[in-house]
Design a binder for this molecule. Structure first.
Ligand code: ASP
Length: 402
């Protein structure tokens, strides 16, 4: 059986078993969860997280060194960031429009007296200043993706400029990268079991009644995610990337399932970079720049959730949103996602910022928090697919450039 089929089987089995246990026996679920599901999931999660920092460092350093010319880096950077900004804005517009059409929060009887203390998001100005690491080792130890990106680009530039003088280090980085890519392949053999454990835990823990109450909201978010993935990415990949969208989505499935089960763009990076480079044939210098950057600053799925959630919360509280509010939501959500790493649950922190920006009660998050883990899985899969689509598009546009 192919690995992709095995991972999907793990995912489906995990979902079914988690659901059955959730309905039938909470005690049995608890013991299986402690002794089987959590360990399986955690082993897999730890293994792929183990590779994130070295893979970003080796791969991006190597990519930048291969680029040779800072001007090229600027050009690729410009295209990448433009793609990210436009696609995230599209995502928000799709989410908000669908929420206005379906009105998931209207008419329902929601308990708006929930208590919820939103976490603070870091101020955007600080994030931008902090992307230059004062201590690169600390940046790596803490997994600060933007800082690691900046450091790797500088080391890569040094290698390119110094040429022969540093050919030993260049070779070392190249071989380091080889090792990491090999390890991703090795660890992925465990993915079906890891996925099984992670999904069983997630589905088994979520109460079915919570899902039932929030059904409309969930449907709107998932529908908007699908529309965005198929239309926005499908069109971008076909028209700008000159690639068959079906081939793109099919090839990328293993990365999507890892994102789905881990709810973390960062943890999915090793797998999504390997697939983009080996199977989608995105040159390493482009993939290694676009994808780590995207895992941090490009979160279209999260944007969709924020758009839908804002409209939903306004409806549930019986408050109106003006056109200016909607523009504010789009701008805040696009900016907020810069600088917050793609890890589970980050979307809720961003949502608090977005709600604040238009004067909606942040306690409204309490309404959706119960089912957020399930949506986090779906939106993370979209988040990393957007980064891969961008890498395909940028690769195509750079094809005939020296
Ligand atoms: N978990 C998401 C990611 O890693 C972020 C979020 O929406 O919470 O991309």
């Amino acid at each position: 059986m192919r690995l992709t089929s095995k991972i999907i089987l793990g995912l489906v089995l995990g979902g079914i078993i988690g659901l059955v246990l959730n309905i039938t026996s909470q005690t049995l679920f608890e013991s299986l969860n402690t002794w089987l599901f959590v360990p399986l999931g955690q082993i897999f999660l730890n293994f792929i997280n183990m590779l994130v920092v070295p893979i970003v460092f080796f791969s991006l350093t190597l990519g930048t060194a291969g680029l040779g010319d800072p001007k090229k880096l600027g050009r690729i950077g410009g295209k990448t960031i433009s793609f990210f900004l436009v696609s995230t804005a599209m995502a928000l517009i799709i989410g908000i429009s669908l929420a206005f059409i379906v009105q998931p929060g209207a008419g329902g009887d929601y308990n708006t007296n929930v208590e919820y203390e939103p976490a603070e998001a870091p101020p955007i100005a600080d994030t931008l200043l902090n992307i230059i690491p004062t201590n690169p080792i600390q940046a790596m130890a803490e997994g600060d993706m933007l800082q690691i990106i900046v450091f790797s680009i500088f080391v890569g530039l040094g290698l390119a400029v110094l040429g022969d003088k540093t050919s030993g280090i260049l070779k070392l980085v190249d071989q380091g990268n080889e090792i990491m890519m090999y390890l991703v392949g090795l660890i992925m053999k465990f993915a079906p079991y890891g996925t099984f454990g992670l999904i069983a835990t997630a589905v088994g823990t979520q109460g079915l009644s919570a899902i039932r109450n929030m059904g409309m909201y969930m449907i709107v978010v998932v529908l908007a995610l699908f529309i965005h993935a198929i239309f926005t990415y499908g069109t971008a990949v076909k028209v700008l990337g000159k690639m068959n969208p079906l081939h793109f989505f099919k090839t990328f499935v293993p990365a999507m399932t890892v994102a789905f089960s881990t709810s973390s763009s960062s943890a999915t990076l090793p797998v999504s970079m390997k697939i983009a480079q080996n199977n989608l044939k995105v040159p390493e210098r482009i993939s290694s720049f676009v994808q780590p950057l995207g895992a941090t600053i490009n979160m279209d799925g999260t944007g969709i959730m924020q758009g839908v959630a804002t409209v939903f919360i306004a409806q549930a509280y019986g408050l109106d949103l003006a056109v200016t509010d909607i523009v504010t939501v789009v701008l805040t959500a696009v900016l907020a996602s810069i600088g917050t790493a793609g890890v589970p649950g980050v979307g809720l922190i961003l949502l608090a910022m977005v709600l604040n920006s238009v004067g909606l009660p942040p306690e409204g998050i309490g309404l959706i928090i119960g089912i957020d883990r399930l949506l986090d899985m779906t939106r993370t899969a979209v988040n990393i697919t957007g980064d891969a689509a961008c890498s395909v598009v940028v690769a195509q546009s750079e094809k005939n450039k020296s």
